[in-house]
Design a protein around this ligand. Structure first.
Ligand code: NAD
Length: 480
């Protein structure tokens, strides 16, 4: 890592060594100290609220302050409050079963801080995807090094400033830089690394971490389907789908990527989606509540997906109010439906990550299940309809990181649910007790106490030993 990636003249590797020395030289933080760290984090987020809102909006070209509040800051504050409330219980050792032979002893699991947690974050929710992992790391008694995204440089800069005024660099440090810095960061010997980002970069990160046997949580992306049961096209369903698809301009890892709609419901879906988008954004995509695409590269990529689908015969329809004149805002892409895209069109192959929703029609639930299972396991799966036999079959026969029934994306805001992918959409999870435990070492302790019953198992073997063997293995059968 070169000089521009240094903090106070220390390289990331030196900061890691400094954090590790500090971690090893101190007692593990108590409940009170951990809660105090969480409170400091909560307070500084509130204090920097306006700066964060402005920085994100400038980084994206435009994002409403409300969206930053609702989709990021509320989530961080709720997550900190949840962790503070549950921490005493999470930290408590777990009593475990002791088998008959060893009954005089005690067995329990202690959740020890792992040490130094590396956090790598993407640009799409640059505040919450950096700070919720940080809150989890601090709750579990760790120190942390954060590597935010280079695509949201103003936000990363605010994160750097606010955290360096709140924590010393041997507690929490922010490392700034692009992919080369990311590559070097992922090769550091952390005690745990949580990476949120794309599946291709996740593969590289896993390779780099394997050299040091660093345990990983990989929060990746992919194509999350939304399935609408036959006859369930209604304003409630469409509102939830449009909310999940269009929040943050569609740049949400758990956004419904494509919709599976019954063939008889297609026209009703198109009409009601259009009405919903008009209701959400009455003045069209230039309105204050609609978020821009983060960079020229992503904007061109999304236009390319539409051109490719259109050239190969798909219907591409812009939804909602159409602006009367050309947009004067940068990188605004209208909410768009794509009907009849072919399986090998890029839009059906890669994660869309924008306000475009391709629709595929189906005839029955078995077709839906086969379609989903022929593809990499998604981060989220959404189902709209009755909780009937088809719904139960779909949930039994498919595997996804999480599931939403009659809603989209809200599961992420449930602090008590594990959040994570499976297969190509990720491994491991955070939020809930799962997050605390992934950043703690579960140390099994066997405490013999005063009485040494296992001596029964040692020679010379006696009557008690015989009795214990009968109780465990039964009477010995004499062979004929
Ligand atoms: P990305 O993979 O390009 O970047 C993520 C981080 O990795 C950034 O900090 C970046 O600097 C770093 N990086 C880039 N190249 C690297 C390399 N070669 N080695 C090491 N690090 C490198 O992802 P992105 O474009 O910032 O974010 C979008 C992706 O993230 C989407 O696929 C989305 O689905 C996914 N995502 C997943 C979740 C989740 O919780 N599962 C949440 C948000 C986003």
């Amino acid at each position: 890592m070169n000089a521009s990636h240094q903090i106070n003249q220390l390289t990331a590797s030196e900061i890691l060594q400094q954090q590790r020395r500090a971690f090893l030289n101190a007692e593990p933080p108590t409940l009170t100290q951990r809660k105090a760290n969480l409170k400091k984090l909560r307070d500084v987020v509130i204090a920097y609220r306006s700066e964060l809102q402005n920085a994100v909006s400038e980084d994206f070209g435009h994002r409403s302050y409300h969206e930053t509040d609702v989709m990021e800051l509320v989530g961080i504050v709720q997550s900190i409050d949840y962790l503070s409330k549950k921490l005493r219980r999470f930290m408590k050792p777990d009593r475990r079963h002791v088998s008959l032979f060893y009954r005089s002893a005690k067995a329990y699991v202690e959740y020890q801080p792992k040490g130094i947690i590396g956090v790598m974050a993407p640009w799409n929710y640059p505040i919450s995807l950096t700070l919720i992992p940080l809150a989890t790391a601090l709750a579990a008694g760790n120190r942390a090094m954060l590597k935010p995204s280079e695509l949201t440089p103003r936000t990363s800069d605010v994160l750097h400033r606010m955290l360096s005024t709140t924590f010393s660099s041997d507690e929490v440090a922010v490392i700034l830089g692009g992919p080369e810095v990311g590559a070097a960061f992922s090769a550091l010997p952390f005690d745990h690394l949580l990476f949120t980002g794309s599946t291709p970069v996740g593969r590289k990160v896993m390779k780099a971490a394997s050299d040091n046997l660093v345990p990983l949580t990989l929060e990746l992306g992919g194509k999350s389907p939304v399935i609408i049961a036959r006859g369930n096209i209604n304003p409630r369903t469409l509102s939830s789908i449009a909310y999940g698809k269009l929040s943050n301009g569609g740049q949400t890892c758990v956004a419904p990527d494509y919709a599976l709609v019954h063939e008889e419901d297609l026209e009703a879906f198109i009409q009601q989606y259009d009405e919903t988008v008009t209701r959400f954004y009455p003045n069209g995509p230039d309105c204050a509540d609609y978020t821009s695409i983060v960079s020229d590269r992503h904007y061109v990529r999304l236009q390319g997906l539409l051109d490719d689908a259109r050239e190969k015969g798909a219907r591409v329809i812009e939804m909602g109010t159409q602006p009367e004149s050309a947009s004067n805002r940068v990188r605004t892409l209208a909410p768009t439906l794509v009907i009849g895209a072919k399986e090998d069109d890029s839009i059906m192959q890669e994660e869309i990550f924008g306000p475009i929703l391709p629709i595929k029609t189906y005839r029955d639930i078995d077709e839906v299940i086969t379609y989903i299972n022929d593809r990499p396991r998604p981060l989220a799966l959404y189902y709209f309809g009755e909780k009937d036999a088809d719904c139960r079959k779909l949930l039994r026969r498919t595997t996804s990181g999480n599931v939403g029934i009659n809603n989209t994306i809200i599961h992420v805001a449930q602090d008590d649910l594990p959040f994570g992918g499976v297969g190509a959409s990720g491994m491991g999870a955070y939020h809930g007790i799962e997050g605390f435990r992934s950043m703690s070492h579960a140390k099994g302790v066997f405490d013999q106490g005063r009485w040494n019953l296992p001596s029964l198992l040692q020679a010379p073997f006696g009557k008690l030993m015989e009795l214990a063997l009968v109780m465990t293995l039964g009477q010995k059968k004499t062979s004929k």
